[in-house]
Design a protein around this ligand. Structure first.
Ligand code: FES
Length: 65
């Protein structure tokens, strides 16, 4: 499902990027996906993905619709 509508980024792409231990922020996730945040509505969800990978949970934020 799409999380970032502006960049047509799906949860699996963002989650894979967020799982990289070198990723420090949502901006890093976007850079890894060769994209830049536009409206910013997805940033909390991307931050949650980073946090989820750090604590080992697979809970994903709700997708933007
Ligand atoms: S939904 Fe991701 S930048 Fe707009």
């Amino acid at each position: 499902m799409y999380v970032c509508i502006c960049n047509a980024l799906r949860d699996r792409e963002l989650k894979a990027a967020a799982a990289d231990p070198s990723i420090k922020s949502a901006a890093c996730v976007f850079k890894r996906c060769d994209a830049k945040p536009k409206c910013g509505r997805c940033l909390p969800d991307v931050a949650d993905m980073i946090a989820a990978t750090r604590i080992g949970t697979d809970d994903l934020p709700a997708a933007a619709e």
